[in-house]
Ligand binder design. Sequence first.
Ligand SMILES: [Zn+2]
Length: 340
Amino acid sequence: MHDLHIHLGGAVPSSVLWEILCDNGLKTEYVDFDSFHASLSARPDEVKSLDDFLGRYFEVTEEIQSSPSAASVSAYQVVAKAYRRAQIDAIELRFNPYKRVRHGLHTMDAIILAVMQGLERASLHYGVATGMILSLGRDLSLEANWQIIDAAIKWRSRGSLNGANGVVGIDMAGPESRALELSKPWMSEVTAMMEKAREAGLKITYHVGESEATGPEGILRVVEQIRPDRIGHGIELRNAQGKQKETLLKLLREHQICLELCPTVNLVTRVIPDYACIANFVRDLAHEEIPYCINTDNPYLIHTNLKNEHEIVAKELGADGETLLALGIEHSARHRFLKI
Ligand SMILES: [Zn+2]
C-alpha cells in the first residue's frame, strides 16, 4: 500500500514533537505534555471547518518542525510510524519548506536537505520507498510560492537511492475559503509556476474541491488550466451538476487524473456527513473510470493510519469492497510520482 497524500505537519506523534519542543527550549503556551497532547487531537465535535482545522493545528506543528534537526527527525518518524501501523511500502510526504524557516533564521535548502536525510534513513531502515512533494501555500505570497518552485527544481529527484527519491512533485495547499482558484490573475500566475515545475521533470498534485469553498468549479478551473497529474481530495466533484459535471467527468477520465481520497479528514472537517458518502464516491469514480487512491492526509491529528482508512472504506462498500480497494491500490501504483 502506498500513502500518496500525507502531510508532515499532521503525521508526527505528539511525543516526538514534545521532545523536539523541549530540547529546543521553545517557549509555548503548553505547560506540560498532557496539555500539548490534548491540543493535537482533532475531534469532529471540535473542528468547525477545513480552515479551522488547518489554523488550529498546523501553525503549532510547523513552528516546532522549523529547524533542520526537527524537520529531519519528524520526517523519519512519519515513515517509521506509517510502516509499523500499516506496513506501507511507499510514501510521498508533502510539506511546505517556506513555513519551516523560522522567520528567515534557516534557509529552505537546509530544511529540504534535512527532510531528505530523514527520509533516506527511513527508507534504509524500513525498506519503504520515499519521495517529497513540496507544497505551495494559498496563504503565502506569489513571491514566496515562486521561491518554493525554484527550491523544488533545485532539489528535484535524480532517481531512487535505496528507495529514497528526493523531491518528486509540487502541491498546492492551504485554506480554501478565499477560493483563489476562481481568480483569473492568481490562477494564471500559479499555472506558470506549475508549468515551470513540470518542465523541470516534477509531477503536479493540487488540493482542490476539498470543501465547498472551491467546490466543483474550483476543480474544473484547476483541471482545465493546470492539468495536474493528481488532485488532493476533489470530493466536491460529488456535488457537480449538469453540464459542469459532464465536463469534469470527461476531463478527469480522458486525462486520467487521479483523485487522492482521504476519508477520515473529510469527516473531521465536516465536508462529508458520514463514511457512506466516500464509499458512494468511490463507486461512482470506478464506474466513470476515473482513478482514485486512499490516503491518510494527517494520520496523527485524526488518529488513523492507512490500513484503518482502507478498512473503513471496505466496510462501507460491503460486497464490492475488496475489488474497489484493489483497484485503488492499482491506481496508486500507476499514479505515484516516486520510482521504486
Ligand atoms: Zn491534504
